[in-house]
Design a protein around this ligand. Structure first.
Ligand SMILES: *Cc1c(COP(=O)(O)O)cnc(C)c1O
Length: 219
């Protein structure tokens, strides 16, 4: 039973670590089963799937957008999304801010950083983010709450490399926290997936995104 798996998995985590159950590609019936555990945070990586599931499922579910987000799709999730993990450009930030204003809400976001060796992965560089902050651009995003950082480590068996990347991301988090004006709300380090969450937690993660360990391998 998926609900029991979630309950047992949560018991194994340190108290400060929040679990995002990544339900992408999984059918609604399976997520409904998962919900009976009382767990409410679910992650999806495609806008269309996220919107469909939100429409069909109980409204108390907290939906996390964990995938790459295109600017022209922000409007579909802006009314309800609980946290956008993959914010990776200033232009995307501007669009999320605009849609937040339209929906009369502040949309919680994480800054995605590029820490992996693969160039196919998305994210800001720390220099880009530092210049955004020093120019005060982030202060214009009144309909966004920047909650923290997110990153994905390289897809490799090399645990040392993965660990160095997580250490780097936690370093970015600390650095940005020291630079911005609302350091109390800036408290989330979203790093760690099924293959590497233990290394991530050891290096300061407090939000892990777990799919296949809970729901089984994806097709
Ligand atoms: C799919 C996905 C996950 C979960 O991956 P698993 O290896 O199945 O745990 C986490 N984060 C992101 C951004 C993903 O796309």
């Amino acid at each position: 039973m998926i609900a029991e798996k979630i309950i047992d998995f949560k018991k194994s985590l340190p108290e400060e670590v929040q679990l995002i159950a990544v339900s992408k590609t999984k059918p609604i019936a399976l997520i409904e089963d998962a919900l009976t555990s009382g767990h409410l945070d679910f992650g999806e990586n495609k806008v269309q799937e996220l919107v469909e599931k939100h429409e069909k499922m109980p409204k108390e579910i907290r939906w996390h957008m964990i995938g790459h987000l295109q600017r022209n799709k922000v409007k579909y999730i802006a009314p309800f999304v609980h946290l956008i993990h993959g914010v990776d450009s200033e232009r995307l930030m501007n669009e999320i801010n605009k849609q937040g204003k339209k929906n009369n809400r502040q949309i919680p976001c994480l800054l995605q950083f590029h820490i992996a060796q693969e160039s196919t992965k998305f994210g800001f560089s720390i220099d880009e983010m530092k210049s955004i902050i020093s120019e005060g651009k982030h202060l214009n995003w009144e309909n966004i709450v920047i909650k923290g950082v997110m990153g994905m480590a390289s897809f490799t068996e090399d645990k040392y490399k993965v660990e160095q990347e997580f250490i780097q991301l936690k370093g970015y988090f600390d650095e940005i926290k020291s630079l911005i004006h609302n350091p109390d709300g800036f408290n989330t380090v979203s790093m760690g997936m099924s293959n590497d969450y233990e290394v991530a937690i050891k290096n300061g993660s407090n939000m892990i995104r777990i799919g296949s360990t809970l729901f089984g391998a994806r097709q």
